[in-house]
Design a protein around this ligand. Structure first.
Ligand SMILES: [Zn+2]
Length: 116
């Protein structure tokens, strides 16, 4: 594991444990490079449990990689309902900024972790 990150504001190399950049004082865990990953968690015969595990793992990775968010392809069945409930819990714990079923494609949910 790489324990160093670079400050996206000023480029200084820092330890991952730091919350503020000592050089430019930016909040490191709110920085994002803006990327949004897309993960299909419903079309490989996943059970609800497996789909939720994939969601948890993806959000952990996006958070660590300083992504802006993730788009989950959830289909239209039980997985979609379970993921909606799981994300409501994330939102309640303030671990995500927002989530929404995408307007023109009800089989996808866009989750935002950071403002970009
Ligand atoms: Zn900095």
């Amino acid at each position: 594991m790489n324990n160093k990150i670079d400050c996206l504001q000023c480029g200084m190399i820092l330890s991952r444990e730091m919350s503020h950049c000592p050089k430019c004082d930016d909040l490191l865990d709110q920085q994002t490079d803006g990327h949004v990953v897309t993960v299909d968690i419903a079309h490989d015969r996943e059970t609800v449990r497996v789909a939720i595990t994939k969601l948890n793992k993806t959000l952990d990775e996006v958070n660590r990689d300083r992504g802006a968010g993730a788009r989950f392809i959830v289909g239209s069945g039980r997985i979609r309902e379970a993921i909606g409930a799981e994300l409501a819990t994330y939102l309640y714990r303030k671990e995500i900024l927002s989530f929404e079923f995408e307007g023109n494609n009800q089989g996808a949910i866009l989750v935002m972790l950071r403002k970009h």
